[in-house]
Design a protein around this ligand. Structure first.
Ligand code: ATP
Length: 235
């Protein structure tokens, strides 16, 4: 299977000299779910922010669908969707308007049938005319996913999609992610939770102190996690 995302020797030094990423190498196949597992400050957001064109890399390359995102992000832009960690929505905008607006930002024509299918998939169709401020926290998170999907990206990044949410909502989010994989979307999500990686990922990458320590098939990693020493090392 072809790699849709390829990262080589990617490093990031923030102004002030802090080294947030150190020579990260990573390949992801089309249709995979990769969970990037790591504690606070590990570099997870920095990594996906570089790939999503929000932060400049200090050195190295990253390609999405063959397009170099470090050198020139514009060609890769339409292939990438990002669900940020913070819930940032226009409070007075309706759900459907939020999607139309976001699709417009990508220079795409309004496509009512597509937007309906996205909202149905996320169980939000009956909320299409609700203002975003009227929605529950779980619904708002699903609106963020809908917004990230409405230009039909091939790769979706979810930055800690279940941070601070209760167990029910977490499971709901896992179902959404599994459904997106069924639809052929490649997914990279960041998380602090081993059980989240176990529940949904095909492969798991462990990142700490800016280093990608390992990337492994979930089953193999979970087998090894049985060994107490490894569990302690990853925590
Ligand atoms: P969390 O799980 O808490 O979101 P993370 O793994 O996503 O953490 P990053 O947000 O990538 O980690 O941060 C990695 C390191 O880089 C942290 O030490 C952080 O303080 C530092 N950092 C992030 N953004 C900047 C910035 N703009 N300037 C300087 N340092 C930064």
């Amino acid at each position: 299977m072809a790699a849709i995302l390829s990262v080589q020797n990617l490093s990031k030094q923030y102004d002030g000299g802090f080294q947030a990423l150190k020579n990260v190498n990573l390949e992801i196949d089309e249709g995979e779910i990769l969970a990037l597992l790591g504690p606070n400050g590990a570099g997870k957001t920095t990594l996906i922010s570089i790939i999503c064109g929000l932060v400049n890399a200090s050195s190295g390359t990253a390609k999405v669908g063959g397009f170099d995102v470090v050198g020139d992000f514009r060609q890769a832009r339409s292939l990438i969707g990002l669900v940020p960690q913070e819930i940032a929505l226009e409070p007075f905008q309706t759900v459907i308007d939020a999607l139309r607006f976001t699709r417009g930002l990508f220079g795409k024509r309004n496509d009512p049938a597509l937007l309906q299918s996205i909202l149905e998939k996320l169980s939000l169709w009956d909320k299409k005319d609700a203002k975003t401020m009227e929605l529950s926290g779980g619904m708002k998170r699903r609106v963020l996913i809908a917004k990230a999907l409405c230009h039909e990206p091939r790769v979706l990044f979810l930055d800690e999609p279940t941070a601070g949410v209760d167990v029910e909502l977490r499971k709901e989010m896992w179902d959404v992610v599994r459904q997106l994989k069924q639809d052929g979307v490649t997914i990279i999500l960041t998380t602090h939770y081993i059980e989240e990686a176990e529940a949904i990922a095909d492969r798991v990458g462990v990142i700490r102190g800016g280093e990608l320590l390992l990337v492994e098939e979930k089953e193999r990693l979970m087998q090894r996690m049985g060994q107490r020493q490894l569990r302690v090392e990853l925590m």
